[in-house]
Design a protein around this ligand. Structure first.
Ligand SMILES: Cc1cc2nc3c(=O)[nH]c(=O)nc-3n(C[C@H](O)[C@H](O)[C@H](O)COP(=O)(O)O)c2cc1C
Length: 470
């Protein structure tokens, strides 16, 4: 089988759904629109571009199940289970499939459902009054570093520590919100949901010994289920009961928090084996990091992997996969993180480091990456490389804002959140361009984009949005 044939091969999931090829556009907060809410015209245009790009699966940016707890001011939310909400997400699905080229199989559209937990900032998200705390399994503030600048950033983003949830009913309310979100996604015609249990958000906080040192056993869960997994179990069981079997249930989980005292790889491997044994998950994506160490998106040129063994979390998945049933008996495993060449995608699949490959940042610049490059027989392997580009002015901004440099200085020397933020914003601004119907620009300077995309077009978009709603 040739490299392209393997990458283009379909895969059956445990619930019987078939993913047309092995390429997944992973979840990325789109950065479009302000104040949270439902998807609009610019989201539709962005998803239309991905829809025609030949991806096997498209996972949306995080959609917050509770509009009061945003991860960013741009987050999409599930404000209610009303027909209005369903119609907005159904319009997004319709747009995604609206310009599917002939002979191209439709990508499976998955909604990432999320709760930002104690990482929800009241000042940046502006979804609560500044003194209203975030919520989580413990009372704390994300660690933004020990330098004075890091502390100022921490106090500005989180003026108060999170409020610890101690009431069972409040946890049950959160479970219900995830279930409601899945039902909205199903009614809107989406093929499934991905429950976001990574990156230090609420469900990851429940799993982590650092943020949940004394986990509460939740009512209605069998005693054999480890207590730390109760919240996730209730959510998956609820989603299972409320949706059809064909509706894909996916989760995204950290292989490690990469912070001292947080979830480590041995604990995560045990957690994943336990989750797989429940037989409620069709797709499992492995990720890592949280706001205290967001290594996943701060990955830099100098660290760019050249073989599947070096891809960010490949050592973890290659050790874990032999102990898990392969699809369709077990869930398909997505490996994400700097897998940015055909060669690397192929070797990751061939060595069964994963079943599906997740691609994030390059999809903001090349929305039709599968069709135009990865699966295009006219593009030779040595040219099918699409990562490692340099963000013009990015290093300077990182240093100026107190982040770490790309060229190898230890993340701990700066504010890691800033380093990851610089790359994240720049890619969001590329998505904003796509949403406006403008081509992405790989040479776009960070500061220029901050002015035009982050301020000028954002304000115009917000004003037009107000008029359209009237
Ligand atoms: C702009 C941007 C937004 C992101 N938003 C999310 C998100 O909403 N949910 C999530 O699970 N991961 C998010 N991520 C992480 C990506 O899913 C992915 O793990 C990361 O970009 C690494 O993959 P890559 O090396 O192919 O870019 C985001 C990354 C970027 C760059």
């Amino acid at each position: 089988m040739s490299k392209i044939e393997l990458i283009a091969s379909s895969l059956e999931l445990p619930n019987g759904a078939v993913i047309p090829n092995r390429l997944v556009k992973v979840a990325m907060e789109e950065g479009i629109g302000h104040g949270g809410g439902l998807p609009g015209r610019r989201h539709c245009e962005l998803y239309r571009r991905w829809g025609e790009g030949g991806w096997g699966m498209l996972i949306s940016g995080n959609v917050q199940v509770d509009p009061r707890h945003l991860a960013t001011p741009h987050d999409r939310t599930i404000p209610s289970t009303s027909q209005h909400t369903i119609s907005a997400y159904s319009a997004l699905r319709f747009a995604t499939l609206s310009s599917l080229p002939p002979d191209t199989k439709a990508p499976l559209l998955i909604m990432q459902i999320s709760h930002a937990g104690l990482q929800s900032s009241s000042t940046i998200g502006a979804s609560r009054l500044p003194w209203v705390p975030a919520i989580g399994p413990s009372s704390m503030r994300p660690n933004t570093g020990n330098s004075w600048a890091g502390k100022v950033v921490g106090r500005t983003l989180w003026p108060t520590k999170s409020r610890q949830i101690v009431d069972f009913a409040e946890w049950e309310g959160i479970v219900q919100k995830f279930v409601d979100a899945a039902v909205v996604a199903e009614k809107a015609g989406w093929e499934g949901v991905q429950v976001h249990s990574a990156h230090g958000y609420l469900l990851a906080e429940y799993l982590s010994p650092l943020t949940n040192p004394n986990p509460l056993p939740l009512p209605g869960v069998h005693w054999k289920i480890p207590v730390r997994l109760h919240l996730l179990f209730l959510i998956l069981r609820g989603v299972h009961a409320a949706t059809r079997r064909e509706f894909i249930k996916a989760i995204k989980i950290n292989c490690s928090d990469f912070v001292q005292g947080g979830l480590d790889e041995a604990q995560s491997a045990e957690i994943i084996k336990e989750i797989v044994s429940w037989r409620m998950v069709d797709v499992l994506e492995v990720s890592g990091g949280n706001y205290s160490n967001p290594g996943i998106v701060a990955f830099t040129d100098s660290q760019r992997p050249t073989s599947s063994r070096q891809a960010l979390f490949s050592h973890f998945t290659s050790a874990l996969l032999p102990s898990l049933p392969s699809p369709p008996e077990g869930p398909a495993i997505i490996l994400t993180g700097s897998i940015h060449s055909r060669e690397l995608i192929h070797s990751s699949l061939e060595t069964r480091t994963c079943d599906l490959v997740g691609i994030g940042r390059p999809s903001c610049i090349y929305p039709a990456l599968p069709r135009d490059v990865i699966l295009n027989i006219d593009v030779p392997d040595e040219e099918a490389v699409f990562g490692g580009y340099h963000i013009r002015g990015g290093d300077w901004v990182k240093q100026a804002l107190g982040g770490e440099k790309s060229s190898g200085k230890k993340a701990s020397k700066g504010i890691p959140l800033v380093g990851a933020g610089v790359s994240t914003f720049w890619h969001e601004w590329q998505m904003c361009r796509l949403g406006r119907g403008v081509e992405p620009d790989i040479n776009m300077s960070w500061l220029g984009a901050a002015l035009w995309e982050g301020v000028v077009f954002a304000v115009i978009g917000a004003v037009l949005g107000v008029f359209r709603r009237k």
